[in-house]
Design a protein around this ligand. Sequence first.
Ligand code: OGA
Ligand code: MN
Length: 283
Amino acid sequence: MKSNSIRFKRTNGGVGAFVENADLSTHLSDSQVKTLKSALGEYGVLFFRNQMIDPHAHQAFAENMGTIDINRFFKPVEGFPKIAEVRKEPEQKYAIGEDWHTDHSYDQIPALGSILLARELPQHGGDTMFSNMYAAYDALSDGLKEMLLTLKAEHSSRHRFGRQSKASNSSDTGGRLGNPDLATQDAIHPVVITHPISGRKALYVNRAFTLGFVGWAQAESKALLDFLYNHASQPEFTYRFEWEEGSVAMWDNRATWHKALNDYHGERRLMHRITLEGEALPA
Ligand code: OGA
Ligand code: MN
């Protein structure tokens, strides 16, 4: 398959594109990988349909795209320590990733993104929302943009995955998350980053992991962060992806947020996630 046979079709929402003519079960050429990476930087999230790949092929595709970054908190798939399970059982109430977030922003070198594959889906529901952090930034006033460009924010994993976190203390977590003592990461990143692939500016704070602005009081940070969280989750920036068996979403954490819709109580949903290593984020 020639690299120019891969095609991208924008979604009808505010973020993402569908990829046509890509078979993820085959080894991709360097030029195909380049095409996919640059599209990832441009669209923020790429959706693939009908990819009947087993865990070996999923991992081979991820290794084709980059280096795998193993998540320390998610339970791995049996026999595949580099693949994380994103699971919800019928009796469980909490779903992994229910709030708007970007993965691994608590790391000094945050993950590039993830390749999430649907394994078992509920009859109805279990969609994933994505939001466009380029568009969210672009839509702000020049005055606020200028101020945000001067700010840095602190991010942490402790309150989400550490010993004191709800996830670590709830029986509903049911072995899905572990290693609370490894929740030691804190990181400081620019509030507006220059995207490593596209060179565009993107808003880089998120409800799950951002603690506050460096040098600001908690209440001050909260007020502005709440404004930004409401602003960036407006429908015009978002797209709601409906999974089918064999669907794959590959997202870029530096250009998007995502959120799992937890609307399928009483049914199982099982996804396999492989996370790709990123790089330090420049202002
Ligand atoms: C994730 C995540 C969302 C979903 O895997 O990082 O947030 O819909 N998943 O499962
Ligand atoms: Mn996530």
